[in-house]
Design a protein around this ligand. Structure first.
Ligand code: COA
Length: 293
């Protein structure tokens, strides 16, 4: 399946980038099925001949393909899904059929995606509008009042990583400074809060991109990254590891209180500033209103 994925990705890339010389025989005729049809982003139906003509006159580009996945629908019939980036990002689907020893595209559809831009800034530099949009975004992502004013407070005072489309915030991650204690030793931690992508912008790699920027910020600014989540797999892909030791909170007047309900959610990002972590020690955070972790 990996070989087939690589083979179809090469064909899709040559078509998407209009690099027809990279196709078998140096033209798209061999890879476009005679009964090929496409529904374009505008809704227009394209036939085999329309497409041959359009591709023949198109200029080569470097448009990237992301999240390319294939699924065998039946013997010799494969569904490919992926996104194309560049100035007109689109979500695409193709159906490929095996004809003799040549895979040929039988159907294609592309849906335009709203372009997204990325930036980062300190809380102090957030405009009132951006702050209100972050709050709206988090409320949409944690409905039924699950995103509280304490949660918003927890996300302020550090650095924000923002994805914006059509003048509004559609993705957000915050890293705030917190003192944690590892077996009693104080550590400067970058604590991740309010990681959210608007439902209609999900599965485009937005949160992964924001977290990659947040990771870099933590690695260059703090001794440790930490967060609490129920979405472990999402963070594991980005280098975060589950804490397996006990978690505690230091109450305002000093005593330590065990937070066993939080043990499962806590994850950390190691940095070069610390020796290798065993992950099984006692990790303590300072008290704050709302959720401690
Ligand atoms: C969790 C959350 C932030 C992810 O946002 P996102 O921008 O969709 O994230 P990404 O696109 O970077 O990737 C998310 C997942 O979708 C997958 N994915 C992304 N694009 C895809 C595509 N085109 N096809 C299939 N899978 C895709 C990623 O591989 C990843 O998979 P995983 O579930 O195996 O980890 C978002 O779902 C959200 O806001 N949830 C509610 C709030 C929340 O739970 N926040 C985080 C917990 S603290």
């Amino acid at each position: 399946m990996d070989d087939l994925r690589a083979r179809l990705l090469r064909l899709e890339l040559a078509l998407a980038q209009r690099r027809l010389a990279d196709l078998p025989g140096g033209t798209c005729e061999a890879v476009l099925h005679e009964a090929f049809r496409e529904i374009g982003a505008s809704g227009r139906w394209w036939t085999h001949d329309d497409t041959l003509e359009m591709l023949g006159g198109a200029e080569a580009s470097d448009v990237p393909i992301e999240r390319f996945e294939i699924e065998e629908l039946a013997p010799s019939v494969v569904l490919a899904t992926y996104d194309t980036g560049g100035s007109r990002p689109a979500r695409r689907v193709s159906v490929w059929v095996l004809d003799g020893d040549q895979w040929r595209m039988r159907f294609h559809q592309g849906t335009l995606l709203t372009p997204v831009s990325f930036r980062e800034c300190a809380t102090d530099d957030l405009s009132t509008t951006a702050l209100a949009q972050i709050l709206d975004l988090c409320r949409a992502c944690w409905p039924d009042g699950d995103f509280t004013t304490d949660d918003l407070e927890h996300a302020l005072g550090g650095r924000h990583f923002l994805a914006e489309a059509d003048g509004r915030v559609v993705g957000h991650t915050a890293v705030v400074p917190r003192m944690l204690e590892l077996e009693g030793r104080p550590l400067r931690a970058g604590y991740v809060e309010a990681v959210a992508t608007l439902p209609s912008f999900r599965r485009r790699g937005i949160a992964s991109r924001l977290m990659a920027d947040a990771n870099r910020h933590i690695e260059t600014t703090y001794e440790l990254g930490a967060l609490s989540t129920g979405e472990h797999r999402f963070y594991e892909r980005l280098g975060w590891r589950r804490w397996t030791g006990e978690t505690w909170v230091r109450e305002p007047d000093g005593p330590l209180v065990r937070t066993e309900d939080e043990d499962d959610g806590v994850m950390v990002l190691a940095t070069a500033a610390l020796p290798p972590l065993t992950l099984a020690e006692r990790l303590t955070c300072g008290w704050r209103p709302g959720d401690a972790w």
